[in-house]
Design a binder for this molecule. Structure first.
Ligand SMILES: Cc1ncc(COP(=O)(O)O)c(C=O)c1O
Length: 415
């Protein structure tokens, strides 16, 4: 089929996100799945969701909301009210359901938000989204309806003891980046597991207000749920912050539920777009989670099961990496959250996309680091020296995958 529209040219083309999702879907049996962003299947958590499904099935009123009725275009009103009340009680933020909208996964919230704020504007200028710290989430890369929607800044690198390192925001010059319509960060960051400090977040908030633009905070892995964050120095929200949450990393990615918490005009814009693009978002995820959120059970599951699970996985994978790569110039980003490890092979002799291909040929799926620098205008060798691995899958496959990575990287340095 020969699609000739600009829309088709933009959205029917190979992208990092497409490659990654297709790799996940078409992997041969036996492939070691260290790529992708699938959460782990944690039996005790799934038992709670199964209990909820039985309760829903037994109650016609709940079943009606779950499957038999379109929700409002902003999403199920009862769930939105519960989200608002829970956040208000926990953080003291002045929220009602009019500050909350649901989307089909938070990925689609980024599509809507980025295009609401950036792109070709009535005043004739092309506005952009500023990602103040690259590496940043691959999924932001191709959602713009116009070209060059993203502009990013390379992180400052702090080398730490024990083969670790940590990224920080470089604030110099951020104020002067032209044509910026919004600032966006993921916290914890996918791919690196970095958690911006509250001080960094507050400075970005101040910068955004000075410029009269919103600050978008993507907490898909973070607080308040799923809370896969190993440091907790707080969270901020005000009328200038757009907080994006998701049910995916709680173990419910197939319910496709994103949650946007923002000032009412932003929520109204998302609601209007939802109505046009999809009529209404799904209510299945919200119905599973609502009473768990309202009763505090979800909070306890995040604190006592989900976060410790991923923290242990990450600790174990770091130990295996240190053991298997002891003769290699590997630095690991300090794991502060999410469920990835971000590996930096200093001076890697083959670019990371080539290393990705070699590993795929050996039956190990990882993600090449070069995908994670959307909007970076300047050359930076660092982008070709990194790999992201997902350490949430079975311990055996993560260990076997790490052994294979060490073997392949060793070959590359010796060639
Ligand atoms: C940082 C980050 N934000 C947003 C998303 C989108 O998640 P979903 O659309 O499943 O809510 C992901 C998915 O992996 C992610 O890693």
């Amino acid at each position: 089929m020969n699609f000739t529209t600009r829309f088709a040219r933009r959205f029917v083309r190979p992208t990092g996100a497409l490659e990654l999702m297709e790799d996940l879907g078409s992997a041969r049996p036996g492939t070691l799945m260290l790529g992708g962003g699938n959460p782990a299947r944690i039996p005790s958590i799934e038992a709670v969701y199964a209990r909820r499904l039985a309760e829903i099935a037994a109650d016609p009123a709940q079943f009606g909301r779950f499957a038999a009725a379109y929700a409002a275009p902003g999403g199920d009103v009862g769930f939105r009210a519960t989200v608002a009340q829970t956040l208000a009680a926990r953080y003291g933020w002045p929220l009602t359901e009019r500050n909350v909208a649901l989307t089909s996964g938070s990925q689609s919230a980024f599509f809507t938000l980025f295009n609401l704020f950036a792109g070709d504007c009535d005043h004739g200028r092309r506005q952009r989204i500023l990602l103040p710290l690259a590496p940043e989430y691959i999924g932001y890369a191709d959602v713009g309806l116009t070209d060059d929607m993203l502009v990013s800044r390379p992180a400052a690198i702090e080398e730490l003891p024990d083969g670790l390192f940590k990224y920080h925001v470089r604030f110099e010059g951020l104020d002067e980046v032209p044509d910026v319509a919004a600032i966006c960060v993921s916290r914890p960051t996918n791919p690196s597991g970095n958690v911006l400090t509250l001080d960094e977040l507050s400075r970005l908030d101040a910068l955004a207000r000075r410029r009269g633009i919103p600050l978008i905070v993507d907490a898909a892995y973070g607080l308040p749920f799923p809370g896969i964050q190993f440091t907790d120095d707080g969270l901020l929200w005000n009328e200038n912050v757009i907080l994006c949450l998701s049910l995916s990393k709680l173990g419910l990615p197939a319910t496709r539920t994103g949650i946007v918490v923002a000032a009412e005009p932003v929520i109204e814009a998302i609601t209007a777009f939802n109505a046009t693009a999809a009529l209404a978002p799904a209510s299945t995820g919200p119905m599973i989670v609502e009473p768990l959120l309202a009763s505090g059970e979800l909070d306890a599951l995040c604190r006592d099961v989900i976060r410790p699970y991923y923290e242990e996985r990450s600790r174990q994978a770091v130990a295996w990496l240190r053991e298997e790569c002891r003769d290699l110039p590997l630095r690991i980003h300090k794991p502060e959250g999410a469920f990835f490890l971000w590996l930096w092979f200093q001076g890697l002799p083959v670019p990371s996309p080539e290393l990705y291909r070699r590993l795929k040929a050996r039956g190990v799926l990882v993600l090449s680091g070069h995908h994670f620098f959307p909007g970076l205008e300047e050359p930076w060798p660092h982008r070709d020296e990194c790999l992201r691995i997902n350490c949430s899958q079975s311990a055996e496959s993560v260990h076997a995958g790490i052994r294979m990575i060490a073997k392949e990287v060793r070959c590359a340095y010796r060639a």
